[in-house]
Design a protein around this ligand. Structure first.
Ligand SMILES: N[C@@H](CCC(=O)N[C@@H](CS)C(=O)NCC(=O)O)C(=O)O
Length: 235
């Protein structure tokens, strides 16, 4: 049995992290049996200090991309095996763009914008006792701001970060077109990766300018809704 270690349910989704959500979606799409262990405290046992990680038969795999590589290689799993070499190459590069670029737009939209910060603070720190509920959010937010600056996204203006979001969504929307899934007529590894990120903008119970932009894309919204109703409606 596979155990998926993530954070917690948040914003109406099984996890607030797009990296955890993509692994969760993959496991469901591939029909692999798994259990979720969700707690922020999982960060303490995470081999790389980040979530998600999985454990199966005593073997620990950390990092969503390495987890998907591991799952892709399982006998009987077709999420990657059914893709041709060109589709595999495209999937890898698109997924990396989401991991390394779109992720920082999401982080910025949730943690830096005053429009969303009260909700983010209440969601992640609302259950802490006083005075931790006052101190911890300030310290963690400072850490996120520093990470955004070091990565580079945090050096752009709000308008520029929204433009990066639009450029990514325009590209995804064109690639999906009127298809149900990105590659073939059934879910592949790329659909799990895209869903993990798009759901955090489109399905999450957050109303800020970034989420509003994402919800304007009808085909991407339909993609999220369809996957959610097919793989998450029994939760
Ligand atoms: N490359 C990693 C990135 C995972 C990641 O950045 N996770 C974030 C949450 S979205 C995290 O664990 N952050 C906690 C921290 O940095 O302390 C993956 O693909 O799994």
């Amino acid at each position: 049995m596979i155990t998926l270690y993530g954070f917690n349910e948040a914003f109406g989704l099984v996890d607030a992290s797009p990296f955890v959500l993509k692994v969760d979606a993959y496991l469901r799409m591939a029909g692999l049996e798994f259990e979720r262990k969700s707690a922020v405290a999982n960060l303490r046992t995470a081999p790389k200090g980040k979530l998600p990680y999985i454990i199966e038969n005593g073997q620990t795999i950390a990092d969503s991309a390495f987890i998907l590589d591991y799952l892709n290689a399982k006998p009987g799993v077709t999420m990657y095996a059914d893709l041709c070499p060109e589709q595999r190459a495209q999937s890898y590069l698109i997924a990396k763009s989401l991991d390394e670029n779109l992720y920082w737009c999401l982080l910025y939209s949730r943690w830096m914008r005053d429009q969303t910060w009260p909700l983010t603070k209440a969601t992640f720190f609302g259950s802490l006792p006083f005075p931790l509920n006052k101190l911890v959010p300030v310290v963690v937010r400072r850490g996120v701001r520093s990470a955004l600056l070091k990565q580079g996204m945090g050096r752009h203006s709000d308008t520029e970060i929204q433009q990066i979001l639009v450029n990514t969504l325009d590209s995804l929307s064109i690639l999906l077109g009127s298809k149900t899934y990105f590659m073939n007529d059934k879910p592949s590894v790329l659909d799990a990766c895209v869903f993990g990120f798009l759901a955090e903008f489109i399905l999450a119970d957050i109303d800020n300018d970034f989420n509003a932009i994402a919800r304007r894309y009808e085909n991407l919204s339909a993609f999220c809704r369809q996957i959610h109703s097919r793989f998450y409606s029994h939760d």
